[in-house]
Design a protein around this ligand. Structure first.
Ligand code: ADP
Length: 532
């Protein structure tokens, strides 16, 4: 609720107090309270009271008793009862006045043609006569002898109904303003000439424009919308114009342009406020950022095509060699047979690795990566991995730079071996010409850091941000023809983060990359470290 609305609400409350006070005085009362009938106005605020010279502690005292005794009787709306002086004191009447006179408690039902508005309860000195009683309109038995009291009630009820209506409208307005202000979805409203009249904070965050900068501007000019293919939308495609033309709501996806010229996908819903005559007055546009959903959709379809390709290739090779070897009309010497069987084995390994990675990724997603953490000597682990790499005769030259007193880390040996294996495989895969790699280790006071450096194709800054995400592969042609599905680094990151470490890359395009990861030192590890 804005400051202006708070002020308005306070003004309405003052008005009510003045009305209730005047009514109590006119009825000859000293103090009183007006209790709004539960069903009179705002069903959400069940008890609304406006007091007049009544201390707050006395409020329940006065109401509890009177509400029990009062019988809704519109023909005899005033009920009068004597009360003990102690009660008058408890109800907040001045001690001096109480000493001078006895009090009675009066309850007056206030109603109009629509229904009951509430009850006015007040205390008055016993022998004070209100103008109505002077004219003998109401006697002790509550008989109605004239219209003056009813006329008074009608006047008072009209004033009260107006004030209460305003109050409920203001609280409604406050609720709507809060929804508008705190909505996570962008909301903008326009007048019937499509000029912006409201622009909520979510909209400011989405577009980078401040509300003050866009008020009064044509909304198309601010959002510069495009269709999903990137073509500028014509005004005839304006969702708001379409609802102005008669559709109830219009949902569509579009691309909007931010203040600094970036584009992103949004889903918009347009609706319209019409005048009593049915003419469009305001258009409302709800805007939801769906960039992430789009990216995931793209990732899914890339994933399917990459996976199908990655599965098909080894299967085709295995099938080809197997059917050749199975021919009955051909004989093969041992060497040929062996080389083909080795190829079959390699392709089966490739398949196995791919399926393993897929299972791994789905386990990470389900949050079920279990770690078996123990003290780990990184030097022996690295030397083992390098030995296996050299045995593959890939024609790579690996240099080690490991300080002699490298501290022990706390980690799951098998998982870290997988990480290192993955980084080395990548370094080899993405360095087709340069076959020199370096593995370096160093320690800080908290961690041990392992780096794998290659002099290969390198990764642009933009791609560096994404390669640790699932199914992210660099758009470079070499990367595209190199086998892989974009899961390796995602798995590496999950494993390292499950140890409480970090993984990162420093790279220059066409010059090479250094992938590093950190693990906690044995003495700093917080045990037990278990699940990811
Ligand atoms: P995959 O190698 O199976 O595609 P990864 O998750 O291991 O998946 O790597 C993601 C992407 O990061 C690769 O497709 C490649 O584009 C890029 N990348 C990874 N390592 C290197 C590297 N050492 N040099 C250049 N690019 C790399």
């Amino acid at each position: 609720m804005s400051l202006f609305q708070t002020q308005q609400a306070a003004d309405v409350y003052d008005q009510l107090t003045i009305l209730v006070g005047s009514a109590v005085r006119l009825l000859g009362g000293e103090c009183g309270v007006f209790a709004v009938s539960n069903d009179a106005f705002d069903p959400q605020s069940s008890s609304e009271y406006t007091g007049y010279r009544l201390n707050e502690m006395a409020l329940p005292l006065l109401l509890s008793h009177v509400q029990k005794s009062i019988q809704p009787n519109l023909r005899n709306p005033l009920i009068v009862e004597k009360i003990a002086p102690e009660l008058a004191l408890a109800l907040g009447v001045d001690e001096e006045i109480v000493a001078r006179q006895d009090f009675e408690r009066c309850s007056l039902l206030l109603f109009d043609l629509i229904g009951l508005l509430g009850e006015l309860h007040y205390l008055r000195p016993i022998h004070t006569h209100s103008p109505f009683e002077q004219s003998k309109i109401v006697d002790e038995a509550g008989q109605d002898e004239g219209n003056t009291l009813l006329l008074f009630i009608a006047q008072l009820a009209a004033g009260l109904r107006f004030a209460l209506k305003t109050q409920s409208l203001l609280s409604e307005q406050g609720r709507l303003a809060a929804i508008f202000h705190y909505s996570a979805e962008g909301i903008l409203t326009v007048d019937n000439a499509l000029r912006i009249i409201d622009f909520n904070p979510a909209m400011e965050r989405l577009t980078g424009w401040q509300e003050s900068e866009v008020l009064g501007r044509f909304y198309f000019e601010v959002l510069r919308p495009k269709d999903r293919q990137g073509n500028d939308l014509g005004l005839q495609d304006s969702p708001i114009l379409q609802v102005f033309a008669g559709q109830i709501v219009v949902n569509r996806e579009m691309i909007i342009t931010t203040r600094d010229g970036q584009h992103f996908n949004v889903a918009v819903t347009a609706s319209c406020v019409r005048s009593a005559k049915g003419e469009p007055m305001n258009g409302i546009l709800n805007v939801r950022d769906i960039t992430r959903e789009r990216q995931q959709e793209e990732q899914r379809s890339t994933f399917i095509s990459v996976i199908s390709h990655e599965l098909q290739t080894p299967i085709a090779i295995i099938k080809g060699y197997a059917s050749t070897l199975a021919r009955t009309d051909a004989t093969f010497d041992t060497e040929v047979m062996r080389s083909r069987l080795v190829a079959v084995e390699e392709e089966a390994d490739r398949l196995n690795k791919l399926v393993g990675n897929l299972l791994y990724a789905s386990r990470i997603q389900a949050g079920g990566l279990q770690m078996d953490i123990a003290a780990l000597d990184l030097r022996s682990l690295i030397e083992g991995v390098v030995r296996r790499l050299e045995a593959r005769r890939l024609n790579v030259d690996v240099t080690l730079d490991i300080p002699p007193n490298l501290p022990t880390a706390m980690a799951d040996r098998d998982r870290i071996e997988e990480v290192l294996q993955n980084l080395l495989d990548n370094a080899v895969k993405y360095s087709p010409r340069q076959r020199e790699l370096m593995i370096a280790c160093r320690a800080t006071s908290e961690e041990v850091i392992v780096s794998v450096k290659d002099a290969g194709m390198g990764i642009s800054l933009r791609d560096q941000e994404q390669i640790f995400d699932r199914f992210q592969r660099v758009g470079d042609p070499l990367s595209q023809v190199t086998p892989g599905v974009g899961l390796g680094l995602y798995i590496c990151r999950a494993i390292i983060e499950a140890h409480g470490g970090h993984i990162w890359v420093e790279s220059t395009l066409h010059e090479g990359s250094t992938f590093s990861f950190s693990l906690p030192r044995e003495e700093n590890a917080q045990l037990p470290m278990v699940v990811f």
